[in-house]
Design a protein around this ligand. Structure first.
Ligand SMILES: *Cc1c(COP(=O)(O)O)cnc(C)c1O
Length: 395
């Protein structure tokens, strides 16, 4: 039997996924499960989505042949330039999709949670675009650490509500968002920022981000005479940019997929976010997946120098791709990522997000053949990380 890498009717990828939510949320989640495919596949939806991706986000993003980087590594390297999207990363592809769905469901109030603030900014952006009320939950500690993103959200008209319980970080913000959704089931749409959360979010977000691999296929055909590279490489926090870059290649096993996680200060250092190595099966954010936890099932605080990879789980699609060995998982340390970020800046004139620098670091770890076509998803730009680069390299 042919392996299946996509979600099944019940919302599972193999043994991972599903919708493990409080009973109070059944109606909301069911409404989404029953409507997301029908609505998002309507031609009027697709037209509006495609048009905004083109006119507002700036798609298609280039598939850039990185000549000097290729010479350095003696292979053919293409960079999918999601860093050139409006707001500086791939996240906007998804928030555009979800806000169009929210509008079609008649919702008038948008909620989201954010850790480092990047998904909060992408959500506040599309709410401004559509003139909808926006409330973003953010841990009190994260609000202090990420003050510029809090300011951005406020400028965009969003209300940022501090989560003051627990460790005052992402998981507490998530709890607050879920509580809000329970209390406002009629008018509120919950925009989730990665391929995580209860079914149908992982599949819905994957489909919105799949525009990335749809474009890679077309662009590679023009530039190389084939739709299929030998490798697609992407970093994984929750896993949305990777899921989008992999999606149209999942069933073509000639295309090797590499998912890159943050090893932080080292896998065994106690300060890491390498979920595929350190994670065990558990439930986080309403889905069954691999997550980092203590013996008695408490979620452990992850660590990475990059805020976007600092997540204790991975989306269920990635837990499955890991389980059935469809994707190779590689963990990259802070130091390795920072060097790769500097290397890309000096070699190609592109300063990448530190999340993305983890994916680039695979070039130093793994040997590719001269004729291999290697596509790396350049998930975001490094402007937001400038202070981290400055401190690290004493610039
Ligand atoms: C948020 C973010 C990520 C991690 O999120 P995924 O859902 O794993 O894609 C990676 N890169 C950048 C630039 C980001 O902003």
């Amino acid at each position: 039997m042919k392996a299946n890498y996509n979600v099944d009717k019940k919302g599972f990828y193999g043994q991972f996924g599903g919708a493990f939510v409080p009973e109070m949320l059944f109606p909301n989640v069911e409404e989404l499960q029953n409507s997301y495919l029908k609505i998002t596949q309507e031609s009027s939806f697709q037209e509006e989505f495609k048009s905004l991706l083109q006119q507002y986000v700036g798609r298609p993003t280039p598939l850039y042949f990185a000549k000097r980087l290729s010479e350095k590594h003696n292979t053919k390297i293409y960079l999918k330039r999601e860093d050139l999207c409006h707001t500086g990363a791939h996240k906007i592809n998804n928030t555009i999709g979800q806000i169009l769905l929210a509008k079609r469901l008649g919702k008038t109030r948008i909620i989201a949670e954010t850790g480092a603030g990047q998904h909060g900014v992408a959500t506040a952006t599309v709410c401004a675009l559509m003139g909808l009320q926006c409330i973003v939950f953010m841990g009190e500690i994260d609000m202090k650490r990420q003050a510029p993103n809090v300011a951005r959200m406020k400028m965009l008209g969003a209300e940022v509500r501090p989560a003051t319980s627990g460790s005052k970080t992402l998981k507490d913000a998530t709890n607050e968002a879920i509580r809000d959704w329970i209390n406002n089931p009629e008018d509120t749409f919950y925009i989730i920022g990665s391929v995580v959360g209860p079914h149908p979010y992982p599949d819905m977000v994957t489909r919105f981000q799949s525009v990335i691999s749809e474009e890679i296929k077309k662009q590679l055909l023009v530039q190389e005479g084939t739709e299929n590279p030998d490798y697609v490489i992407a970093c994984v926090g929750g896993g949305s940019n990777a899921a989008g870059a992999f999606y149209h290649y999942l069933d073509n096993e000639n295309v090797k997929l590499i998912a890159v996680e943050a090893a932080g200060k080292g896998i065994d250092s106690g300060e890491s976010a390498a979920t595929s190595v350190l994670g065990k099966i558990g439930i986080i954010h309403g889905s069954k997946t691999l997550l980092m936890q203590t013996e008695d099932g408490q979620i452990t605080e992850p660590y990475s120098i990059s805020a976007g990879l600092d997540y204790p789980g991975v989306g269920p699609i990635h837990a499955h791709l890991h389980d059935v060995k469809r994707a190779e998982f590689i963990a990259i340390t802070d130091d390795e990522a920072m060097q790769a970020g500097l290397q890309l800046s000096k070699t190609e004139g592109i300063i990448p997000a530190i999340e993305t620098a983890h994916a680039l670091s695979v070039l130093d770890k793994k040997k590719f053949q001269p004729n291999d076509i290697v596509v790396i998803n350049l998930s975001g730009r490094g402007d937001k990380d400038l202070n981290t680069y400055i401190d690290y390299f004493n610039l």
